[in-house]
Design a protein around this ligand. Structure first.
Ligand code: XAN
Length: 456
């Protein structure tokens, strides 16, 4: 099953093209073209289904998935700090503004050392693939060379990725040892990375460059202005942090007299290709503005528990038409698994709905109507992530890339138990969201090619 390009795949497929519902393609056939894009999806009893199976069989291009396995779209992780991977699972004991200076900037500064960068980026990209992340939106560091290396590693390993050289130049907020030398340097280096990705001979559209002002507090006005102009000029993706915590939100309000969202918009950084990480403190007007621009939000529920001082009001954002996907936020979130991100999104929504302080009267404790279920979490981690990036990934539909994972409940070390007697296909998907782990993901394909992650 190494290479599915040009093949017809027979199996049971789960996907969630629309919020709040899942589609089960049982006994289905998905045919890929030579590039690994989906050419055709058919299921019994669609007209011509049996003939398609017979034709693929006769041509020797039919690949049947093992009985009892399930094929899902690969996950789209909308927020990863690649250099922070060595810090995963530690340094979570202080607020954001302290964490950045005490732990995170010193770690990121080490990526000036290319051997250090290679070791950790190799491990990260391999582990993310093994965890089923087929599309990754990465913050790298300020360094040109190490950021190019991350691009190279994604291409080498075959991961679909969007990679940004972090831009941060404000001496008031960034340490001497770790910042762009000037706003001009931050802009020129961002442009150089864009050119590098565009000219990469082995890229073939797998990796995209991203304009990446770290967040408003770490950038001077000229840097934000220059990056906004660049975004308008090249139409590239943009990523940044937005209104994440009380401190970050308050800092921007006091510097500009307006919110992050208004500020980013004023600099031309709020576009249809922008992904705003966190965004917990968006006002109603901010949400309208984000929706009007078509920008997306990377909801990072696990990290929010440590740094955001609040739960992101997901349902409110969706009701406003904001495009929301999920992010792990490595290492603010101490997990590299998008399955865990789904679980945490559900749990956080339940806590927001009921409230958390038992000393507050029940009727005042929570925010009614906030809960989500497994189907919406799964949609956010797949189709919605693809939509937020404007990339044809996250669902099984003609014209979409075949980026997918095989889930095997009988894999060694399985944490997923399926009962043939009791579980419907919908139950199985629910169990995957709540209980599956890396051990259950026995195959990962990106553009129809089998890609292998790190060792388990
Ligand atoms: O969760 C976060 N991680 C970061 O690295 C960061 N930088 C600015 N704001 C941030 N928030």
């Amino acid at each position: 099953m190494t290479d599915l390009r040009g093949k017809t795949i027979a199996g049971t497929f789960f996907h969630a093209p629309h919020p709040g519902s899942i589609e089960i393609l049982a006994d289905a056939l998905i045919t890929l073209d030579a590039r690994g894009d989906i050419a055709d999806v058919s299921r019994w009893p669609d007209a011509g289904h049996a003939e398609k199976r017979k034709a693929a069989e006769d041509a020797g291009t039919l690949v049947t998935m093992p009985a009892g396995t399930y094929v899902l779209p690969g996950f789209v992780d909308l927020h990863i700090h690649a250099p922070q991977y060595p810090q995963l699972g530690k340094a979570l004991n202080v607020p954001l503004e302290v964490w950045l200076h005490r732990y995170t900037f010193p770690l990121e500064a080490r990526y000036a050392d290319i051997a250090f960068a290679r070791h950790h980026y190799d491990m990260l990209v391999g582990d993310l693939i093994a965890n089923g992340t087929t599309t990754a939106l990465y913050f790298a560091t300020v360094h040109q060379e190490a950021t190019r290396l991350l691009v190279d590693i994604c291409i080498e390993k075959g991961q679909r990725a969007l990679v940004g050289k972090v831009a941060m130049d404000d001496p008031e907020q960034c340490p001497d040892y770790y910042r762009d030398a000037s706003s001009e340097a931050g802009i020129a280096d961002t442009r150089a990375l864009i050119d590098y990705v565009a000219a990469h001979p082995e890229n073939h559209g797998l990796v995209h460059p991203v304009i990446t002002p770290r967040f408003v507090p770490s950038c001077t006005d000229p840097l934000l202005e220059g990056l906004g102009a660049l975004a308008q000029e090249c139409g590239c993706h943009v990523q940044t942090h937005c209104s994440e915590s009380d401190w970050a939100h308050g800092y921007v309000l006091s510097r500009f007299g307006k919110t992050d969202t208004e500020t980013l918009d004023g600099f031309g950084l709020l576009t249809r290709r922008t992904v705003l990480a966190h965004s917990n403190f968006l006002t109603e007007d901010d949400m309208d503005r984000v929706a009007a621009r078509g920008a997306g939000v990377a909801h990072c529920p696990l990290s929010n528990a440590y740094f955001a001082n609040s739960v992101f009001p997901l349902r409110a954002a969706l009701a406003k038409g904001v495009r929301v996907g999920l992010g792990t936020d490595i290492s603010g979130g101490p997990s590299a698994s998008m399955i865990e991100a789904q679980r945490m999104a559900i749990a956080a929504s339940r806590m927001l709905e009921t409230g958390v302080d038992p000393d507050i009267a029940q009727e005042k404790r929570g925010r009614p109507g906030s809960r989500i279920d497994f189907d919406l979490a799964f949609h956010l981690a797949t189709a919605a992530g693809g939509d937020a990036l404007d990339l044809p990934v996250g669902q099984f539909k003609p014209g979409y890339h075949f980026d997918a994972i095989l889930v095997d409940p009988s894999a060694p070390g399985s944490t997923l138990r399926v009962s043939e007697e009791l579980d419907t296909d919908e139950d199985v998907l629910q169990k995957i969201v709540y209980t599956a782990s890396r051990a259950n993901l026995t195959q990962v394909w990106i553009a129809g090619r089998s890609v292998s992650g790190g060792t388990a």
